[in-house]
Write a protein that binds this ligand. Structure first.
Ligand code: UDX
Ligand code: UDX
Length: 449
């Protein structure tokens, strides 16, 4: 990118969303001041060290610092004071009732409201309940400051890619006021994508509806996978056949141990609470959440059965602890939820994850962290693959078979080639893959003409 845009952007919060936003906006030519309350994080970022695991982020941070277009400061006030646009990227975790907890957002807004320059636009990028833009606007209480909702759609592990290659940009302003909306949309003018300008409530709901749709879709797929086991059908073939329909599409159809991460679980609960408060019964969403819990129970039942019906004192090996591959994020990981259920039944767990090198107190307490997949397998009655790290495909399954005490390999991501595992004398089970070792999983023939 060439010359700077002349716009100064403050990004508040340097987590997954904030740091990605700050680094990418500086790469698009804007001057960005990124603030965080964590002194160590700010110091590391100033040294050009990426504090999150995201492909491409380190290069962007280093380039941004070198160009002078990216700065890191401690505390929101230092960043907000000189900004044309202030983007809020602080956490909005799930509160005790399932609704989003806005404490961090409110405290930042209260801290900066009197410092905001005249004509500044405050942008909400954090996922917030419908009505929060209006709430923030009331907290700021200044006629010269507009509040705009601009939700993020960044997948962890692809955050930089998703930011720079978005499917759409959504900008919502009070009464669809085009002036602040256009100023925010202009931040992305170098990106070739659709821009939807709407009101704040619709923008906020677009974010929730998107993530809740994705979660519901996965619960649907996981249920179809369960049905495949009863009906002797193959989920690999069923989802492949569904995905050819353009109206359905191929993405987000992989069955698994249940969906997790920092967004889908909290966003589904939050929208359910929002619907309840609005007097609407979102039964479908509740079913999607319940199905996700059931999916974890189904995995535990498979492990229990493989262990002979009782998990007390039984050693189980786990492959993968993060909520998906390509991240070191353990927040709301289905792997850890399943580990907790297994541990509650008395299983002794040894787990390996390529991105988890040491125990994380309070998070991985149920699992002894192993240095390799082979160590995790040692002496285990069953080996359970929970996260789809591609490298698990390339394990030496003969070596795993030698280490395991029992024979069961339970692949909750349908990652492994069933025949490769079965050839070593192990007993392979996937999700919705009955009889998968009897025949190739998917045989597809392209039709001529
Ligand atoms: C957060 C929200 O949780 C999510 O709902 C939203 O969509 C985007 O922002 P994420 O970036 O993944 O998601 O959060 P996290 O990685 O925890 O980073 C938040 C950062 O904000 C941390 O670095 C934290 O130190 C910082 N922070 C928190 C502040 O700077 N000020 C605060 O008051 C609180
Ligand atoms: C999600 C949204 O996709 C993204 O737009 C943003 O709003 C943040 O939240 P992320 O949390 O990074 O992104 O994870 P995502 O890739 O969406 O996966 C969520 C969960 O679904 C993971 O546990 C993943 O393993 C699971 N998943 C995903 C499946 O089980 N099967 C699939 O086919 C896809």
């Amino acid at each position: 990118m060439g010359a700077t845009s002349g716009v100064t952007v403050a990004v508040i919060g340097a987590g997954y969303v904030g740091l990605t936003t700050a680094a990418c906006l500086s790469s698009l030519g804007h001057h960005v001041v990124c603030a965080d309350v964590d002194q160590e994080k700010v110091d590391a970022l100033r040294r050009g060290e990426a504090t999150i695991r995201e492909p491409g982020i380190c290069e962007l941070v280093v380039d941004g610092l070198a160009s002078g277009r990216l700065e890191f400061v401690l505390g929101a006030s230092a960043a907000a004071a000189g900004a044309d646009i202030v983007i809020l990227c602080v956490p909005t975790p799930m509160g005790a009732t399932g609704a989003a907890d806005l404490t961090a957002l409110e405290s930042v807004v209260t801290e900066v409201r009197d410092l905001l320059p005249h004509g500044c636009v405050v942008v909400n990028k954090s996922t917030v309940p419908v009505g929060t833009a209006a709430h923030v606007s009331a907290l700021i209480d200044r006629a010269d400051v507009a509040v705009v909702s601009n939700p993020e759609f960044l997948r962890e592990g692809f955050a930089v890619h998703d930011f720079l290659n978005p499917d759409r940009i959504v900008v919502g302003s009070a009464d669809r006021d085009p002036v602040p909306a256009r100023r925010v949309a202009a931040l992305y003018e170098h990106l070739d994508t659709a821009v939807l300008v709407t009101d704040s409530s619709s923008a906020e709901l677009i974010k929730y509806a998107s993530n809740c749709y994705l979660a519901t879709r996965l619960s649907f797929v996981n249920t179809v996978a369960e049905l495949c086991e009863y009906l002797d059908a193959s989920i690999d073939d069923v989802t492949a056949g569904m995905g050819y329909d353009d109206r359905i599409g191929k993405a987000f159809l992989r069955p698994g141990p249940g969906w997790g991460g920092s967004c889908l679980p909290k966003d589904t609960f939050a929208l359910l609470r929002t619907a309840e408060s609005a007097g609407s019964d979102f039964a479908l969403l509740r079913a999607a959440i319940d199905t996700n819990v059931k999916q974890q129970e189904l995995v535990v039942a498979k492990v229990r059965k493989a262990a002979g019906g009782d998990l007390a004192g039984v050693r189980i090996g786990l492959l993968g602890l993060t909520f998906k591959a390509g991240t070191d994020d353990l927040r709301d990981s289905p792997s850890l939820a399943i580990a907790a259920r297994l541990a509650a039944e008395g299983a002794e767990l040894s787990g390996y994850d390529p991105s988890v090198h040491a125990p994380v107190p309070g998070v991985t307490d149920d699992v002894r962290i192993a240095g390799t997949a082979y160590h995790a397998a040692k002496g285990a009655a069953a080996l359970v693959l929970l996260t789809e790290w591609p490298e698990f495909r390339d394990l030496d399954w003969g070596r795993i078979a030698d280490r395991l005490h029992g024979r069961a390999v339970i692949d909750t991501r349908n990652l492994l080639d069933p025949l490769t595992v079965a050839r070593t004398g192990l007993s392979y089970q996937g999700i919705g893959r009955p009889g998968s070792t009897r025949a190739p999983a998917v045989a597809m023939v392209a039709q001529a003409g």
